[in-house]
Write a protein that binds this ligand. Structure first.
Ligand SMILES: [Zn+2]
Length: 272
């Protein structure tokens, strides 16, 4: 539906923006009135103009093409119908694109992993150092190795416990000596994982699954006194990555991808 005073249908533009509220009163109308309130069977039926502004408005009416069906138009969307992406684009506060987004949000990403990764990338997880900064008085040591204050960069992956898990998983991605430096992983390594190749998808899946499961294991120790073994965490990561990589998009059949299938115990039928 088109609004008489608030939509852009008249040659003079949005009438409320141009003339203000006084003209609405003069026209015996309301701010939320629809265009069809001054139409009857396709013919204009305005009340007699009693102000110069109304004369202006009514004198330009012949320029308006009638005959179209009065239908709702979602003006923020390019095609005029509701599209959530266009609406979000209109409402959101636009900032510069970050170069790490493809590591967090990608078609294979597991949503709960992506959320924790998103927090980790921005150093927003409630790690020991951040808890101390907030005035927390308790133990801020790393729960895995008890060797230093728990920071984001320590648990991902300077910590000896998480480093073993990270290395083990990355070896299955053909990286026998992965970096243990978070910034380096994010800035350098992730750039090579942008591609939609099986290696690129695997590395991104592994990173977010390792981050998620290490953080989950850390919380289980800290808040439930329920430690998990390295093998249990690895088993969970392997299961998650294998499940995600199987039965989704097909990957190119080449020697490298066949090797990945063997390393992750995935059926080679996903290769074409
Ligand atoms: Zn540690």
């Amino acid at each position: 539906m088109i609004h008489l005073w608030q939509d852009n249908w008249h040659p003079l533009g949005v009438l409320y923006e141009r003339f203000g509220s006084r003209v609405i009163y003069d026209a015996h109308s309301r701010l939320d009135s629809r265009l069809d309130s001054v139409l009857s069977n396709g013919i204009w039926c305005w009340k007699p103009a009693r102000s110069e502004e109304l004369v202006d408005i009514q004198s330009r009416l012949p320029e308006v093409q009638l005959g179209y069906v009065d239908k709702p138009i979602w003006t923020v969307a390019r095609k005029g119908s509701y599209v959530s992406a266009d609406t979000w684009d209109f409402l959101r506060d636009k900032k510069c694109e970050v170069d790490w987004w493809h590591v967090v949000w990608f078609p294979f990403a597991i949503p709960k992993h992506a959320f924790i990764m998103w927090l980790a990338v921005q150093n927003r997880l409630s790690t020991g150092d951040r808890l101390l900064a907030w005035g927390f008085q308790g133990d801020a040591q790393c729960v895995f190795c008890r060797n230093g204050v728990e920071t984001r960069d320590h648990i991902f992956f300077m910590c000896s416990f998480s480093a073993r898990i990270w290395k083990n998983c990355m070896q299955r991605c053909n990286d026998l000596a992965p970096s243990l430096d978070w910034q380096r992983v994010l800035n350098d390594d992730c750039r090579t994982w942008k591609k939609k190749t099986m290696a690129g998808v695997l590395c991104r899946l592994v990173l977010s699954s390792v981050v998620y499961n290490i953080w989950k294991a850390r919380n289980a120790i800290k808040y439930q006194n329920a430690p998990k073994s390295e093998e249990q965490i690895l088993k969970q990561i392997f299961w998650e990555v294998r499940s995600r990589i199987s039965g989704r998009e097909k990957f190119k059949k080449n020697r490298e991808n066949v090797k990945f299938c063997h390393l992750w115990n995935v059926d080679v039928s996903i290769l074409v």
